[in-house]
Design a binder for this molecule. Structure first.
Ligand code: ADP
Ligand code: ZN
Length: 735
């Protein structure tokens, strides 16, 4: 039937339709289609008790109600209906992750103010005047405005984000440092031009780019692993796939980890396509988020650069999804909906007939195995652009180096650092431990200071003059006396963190300019970006960094990387410990010698004969993956078997265990599949924020229908109000 304007609608006025709301209900609700009818997938506002809530039309009414008593849809939002492939994607993602579909819809409609009608709105932008006097509060606001590169803010939002009162904002407006403008809400994004010239690709890059372009042009589904060392030009190559999608009038999505630090990346994309693409991540203002969401839904935003949740944006005609640094742990969301953005990207593309590009220097074992098995195509960029080789890697055997107490830099490494300084080059010392010391021990009674709320040690941060729990963030001043035996002056820091390493470096190299790069040091994102740029331009001689430095920053003067403790990742019960350690050390080593200077990486280890260390040094990645794959296959571990992690948590340890045991006993009878259940046992982090955590692990052969079994198991389960159950399919970390 058609509406007033002659447009066909899926449901006529008065017809019963099933609406999926974003409320935590486990069923659809029936409503009457409003005046003018409504389409399948349309976003609607419906009455629920006394409230109005957001929902989407998901199908014909389920019936079973008195037709006359059905309430009507209040309003159809002026947004495009969610297209069928997107609905299909949400439903299948919900099934896969065992998440209520309502929660998936919520993920897909996370645009602030979506329910509010469009209209003009008053926003604040930077003015030209300088304030009469600078106060810390004013400084914060102006820094923030600058941080966001001139984007408009809603007044309340700006005060909230800067953590200042509304009067500070008013004061800045009165002085002309901020100006109020009436902006049309949700303006379009500037057009991107795929016709601008990209880099002149070398032969190897050109072959890879051509294959990716052909994939996009085919209009069919395909996933390609684009593997190449840092600096080999993966970004240049996948931007060609993006360009092809844009040329065909399709949309593109580039997912990045740690997006807040990607100024460099945005500038690069802007240069390639002549304008800034849409951005989607936690650092984007609310107004910008809504604008991006709407432009994506209308097909107007051609390219989105975003964090993992950008995958749930309502693209109209998505042609390619790039997952850069596909091995990165931040792609796995581990609260709320437990999903892996890489796997969901593949699912979404397979439904749409779109292409996925997984770019990495050190792919995850899952991706490597999928490429081995021929499920994914694989393209290799073997050369670094402009430079001939990976840095020269070698191990320093810490068993034979003469070490002083409380020193972590071996004489051999110290000599190499001194040599670089003499040559006017930079050295990076890598230690993946934040803070001053990982452990504070009482030398009188042996007590280790732990967190009151978690099963974790507190880490001394001398910079903050506090002990901090890295689990829950709780902090307290370093006590003068031992909290256990009350003896004073006997508390001692044990082991190094980056801050302590910095002390050692300062003592050994008194003339060096030292920079510590750790996620908790630099304060604001802006300060961090500025600091990194300054260091890259030669503002430091020795850089000390945590894993933060492994990610995507260019340090052209850097020619030496020293890995302080390569043994840190060798042990530990984590399935992926070896893989993660391999990736991290290779990435960090790959930071050396980017420009035309050869690089060197020295790796300190007490186990230089460990197969992992040997594979890193030999640069024999295929050997490492083959060995790791074989050992996982033997153990029936992912990707050669399936796993689900179950965590029950609650304030009462006994009650949590009792329920877990009861569930474990019921598993075999209810699940009815070939499987093993391990546990219940205390989770590796047995207590977080006062909640006791008990874990079970379920393992099945590769093709087993684990989700169905889990649903049969938990169906009808009544959880006490204070106990929480989380199910994590394909768990990445074990905590
Ligand atoms: P990756 O993504 O593999 O780390 P990039 O694409 O960032 O590599 O390339 C590394 C550096 O080399 C960048 O500065 C990039 O602009 C430059 N580069 C790569 N390929 C080319 C090329 N064909 N022509 C010019 N510059 C290139
Ligand atoms: Zn804690």
């Amino acid at each position: 039937m058609s509406d007033l304007f002659g447009q066909e609608r899926d449901f006529d006025e008065g017809e019963a339709v099933a609406v999926l709301t974003t409320e935590p209900l486990d069923r659809y609700l029936d409503y009457r289609a409003p005046f003018g009818g409504v389409d399948l997938g349309a976003l609607v506002e419906v009455p629920l008790g006394p409230r109005r809530v957001l929902g989407a039309v998901w199908g014909p009414g389920q019936g079973g109600f008195d037709r006359a008593k059905l309430r009507s849809i209040i309003r159809v939002l002026d947004e495009p209906a969610i297209p069928a492939p997107m609905r299909d994607f949400l439903a299948r993602a919900a099934d896969y992750t065992i998440t209520p579909l309502s929660q998936m819809l919520r993920l897909a409609t996370r645009a602030p103010g979506l329910m509010h009608p469009p209209g003009d709105t008053k926003v604040l932008v930077a003015g030209t005047a300088a304030p009469d006097r600078m106060t810390p509060a004013r400084e914060k606001v102006l820094a923030l405005v600058e941080d966001y590169g001139g984007l408009p803010f809603q007044p309340g939002e700006l005060a909230n984000m800067a953590g200042v009162s509304g009067s500070v904002i008013k004061g800045l407006v009165a002085q002309g440092c901020l100006v109020e403008v009436f902006a049309p809400r949700d303006g379009p994004f500037p057009a991107l031009d795929p016709g601008l010239p990209g880099a002149a690709l070398n032969a190897e890059q050109a072959v890879a780019a051509e294959q990716l372009r052909a994939g996009v042009a085919s209009g069919t589904y395909g996933t390609t692993l684009l593997k190449g060392v840092t600096g080999s030009g993966k970004t240049e190559v996948y931007l060609e796939a993006v360009a092809e999608a844009l040329r065909l009038g399709q949309q593109a999505l580039v997912l990045l980890p740690e997006i807040a630090l990607s100024v460099e990346f945005m500038a690069r994309v802007e240069k390639r396509f002549g304008a800034r693409p849409a951005e989607w991540h936690s650092g984007v203002t609310m107004a910008e988020r809504r604008r991006a969401w709407k432009a994506v839904a209308r097909g107007q935003a051609q390219l989105v650069v975003g964090a993992r949740s950008a995958l749930f944006l309502p693209f109209r005609h998505l042609g390619v999804i790039v997952v850069d640094e596909e091995h990165d742990g931040s792609y796995k969301q581990e609260d709320g909906v437990h999903y892996h953005a890489r796997d969901m990207a593949v699912l979404r593309a397979s439904i749409l007939g779109a292409q996925v590009v997984l770019a990495s220097a050190t792919p995850s074992l899952e991706t490597w195995a999928n490429a081995q098995a021929g499920k994914y195509a694989r393209l290799d960029l073997a050369e670094r652009f402009g430079v001939a080789e990976m840095p020269e890697l070698s191990a320093i055997d810490m068993r034979t180096e003469p070490m002083q107490p409380n020193q972590w830099i071996s004489p051999m490494l110290a000599d190499a650092v001194a040599q670089r300084m003499a040559d006017g080059e930079q050295a990076l010392l890598f230690l993946n431990r934040r803070g001053f010391a990982p452990l504070t021990l009482c030398r009188a009674c042996g007590h280790q200071i732990g967190c009151e709320y978690c099963d974790a040690r507190m880490v001394e941060h001398r910079f903050l003059a506090r002990l901090v729990c890295h689990q829950c963030g709780e902090s307290k001043p370093v006590p003068a006396a031992c909290p256990s035996c009350a003896v004073e002056g006997k508390l001692a820091p044990i082991g190094p963190g980056v801050e302590r390493l910095a002390e050692e470096v300062a003592a050994r190299f008194p003339d060096a300019r030292i920079a510590v790069l750790s996620s908790d040091m630099a304060g604001s994102t802006r300060a961090m970006k500025a600091r990194i740029l300054e260091i890259a331009q030669g503002g430091a001689d020795i850089i000390i960094g945590t894993q933060m430095v492994a990610k995507g920053h260019n340090f052209p003067l850097l020619t030496l990387v020293g890995v302080i403790d390569a043994d840190l990742g060798l042990e530990g019960g984590d399935l992926r410990a070896a893989e993660k350690s391999f990736q991290l050390i290779r990435q960090v080593a790959g930071r050396a010698g980017r420009a035309d200077k050869p690089g060197q990486a020295l790796i300190q280890s007490h186990q230089p004969d460990h197969p992992l260390i040997k594979a890193i040094i030999a640069g024999d990645e295929e050997a490492f993956w083959a060995a790791e794959a074989a050992s996982r296959a033997r153990a029936g571990a992912p990707p050669y078997g399936r796993m689900a992690g179950i965590v029950l948590s609650g304030p009462d340890e006994g009650a949590v265990y009792a329920l877990a045991r009861e569930m474990a006993q019921a598993w075999a009878g209810r699940a009815k599949i070939d499987s093993q259940l391990f546990g219940p046992a205390a989770a590796p982090v047995a207590r977080i924020r006062g909640r006791h955590r008990v874990r079970m692990l379920i393992k099945t052969p590769k093709g087993a229908p684990i989700q169905e079994a889990l649903r049969r198991w938990t169906d009808g389960l009544r959880l006490p109000a204070n106990i929480r159950l989380t199910i994590d399919i394909d768990p990445q970390s074990f905590y």
